[in-house]
Design a protein around this ligand. Structure first.
Ligand code: DGL
Length: 279
């Protein structure tokens, strides 16, 4: 059956646009609503309880927009809040960890995989477990994890490939280089924005895994299996941020391209009461 309701996508800020871009490329006929919680970012330095509460509020905002699916376009929120959302959400919820982990295992040739993410994602151990589970068949699989918290600020600032970004990347990526990883999972949706500088440091032969493409594949599969594909007439792209819309659009525009985002509105989601949803 045709279902013209939009797909809801949220992130702590602009990082989720790396996922939105792939969803638009894979399913251009689907309407989308994007919420970036820039006013409360970063999530990656917060406690698990706070990440869960924020994510439930983001979900409630998107549900109020009558979405047909919710994509958690944030690894930190996926690792900490996916279970909480899945239990209470009445539409399908897509997370970003498993698609990224699977893609990394498929990409590696030498069985040495690096994972870079926020501190909250690395400390949860969820990503490393997922890579180890998918890579169980790889003899001598090595996984090297590194938290790169400053990458989020660099991405939000639009400092994607300058000298500050380069020196920061040299420092954070040293253990991965030393271990000789041939694949690096960008396990934070902000990091694909820094892919050029990460590649400059790691070298051209090291594969960078951006889970956005794999996530878009999962979204398409669900649209088909649930029979909720749009008819593609009157496609809308709506953007919301909990901080300054002008700033949001300035940083996002060069990345999303083709006149997007436009008409971004500011919205606060702290008033959504999630106490009844926390079990
Ligand atoms: N985009 C988020 C992620 O994928 C991280 C940014 C943040 O720390 O809020 O983990």
């Amino acid at each position: 059956m045709t279902d013209n309701r939009p797909i809801g996508i949220f992130d702590s800020g602009i990082g989720g646009l790396t996922v939105l871009r792939e969803i638009i490329a894979a399913a251009p006929y689907e309407s989308t609503i994007y919420f970036g919680d820039n006013g409360r970012a970063p999530y990656g330095t917060k406690s698990s309880d706070t990440i869960i509460r924020y994510s439930l509020q983001d979900m409630m905002f998107l549900n109020a927009q009558n979405v047909k699916m919710i994509v958690i376009a944030c690894n930190t929120a996926s690792t900490h809040a996916y279970d909480a959302l899945r239990k209470v959400c009445n539409v399908p919820v897509v997370e970003v960890v498993n698609p990224g982990a699977r893609a990394a295992v498929q990409a590696t040739s030498n069985g040495k995989i690096g994972i870079i993410a926020t501190r909250a994602t690395i400390n949860s151990g969820v990503y490393e477990s997922a890579v180890r589970a998918y890579g169980a068949v790889i003899p001598g699989l090595e996984v090297v994890s590194a938290a790169c918290p400053l990458f989020v600020s660099l991405a939000e600032e639009g400092w994607w490939d300058n000298e500050v970004a380069y020196l920061t990347a040299c420092e954070y990526l040293a253990p991965l280089k030393e271990a000789g990883v041939d694949t690096v999972v960008l396990a934070c949706t902000h990091y694909p924005l820094l892919a050029p500088v990460i590649s400059r440091v790691m070298g051209p032969d090291v594969k960078l895994i951006n889970s956005g493409v794999a996530v878009a594949g999962v979204v398409k599969d669900i649209l088909e299996s649930e029979d909720i594909i749009s008819d593609g007439i009157d496609v809308v792209r709506r953007f919301y941020t909990s901080d300054d819309p002008a700033m949001f659009e300035k940083i996002a525009a060069p990345f999303l391209g083709s006149g997007l985002p436009a008409g971004t509105r500011m919205v606060q989601v702290d008033h959504y009461d999630v106490t009844g949803l926390l079990r």
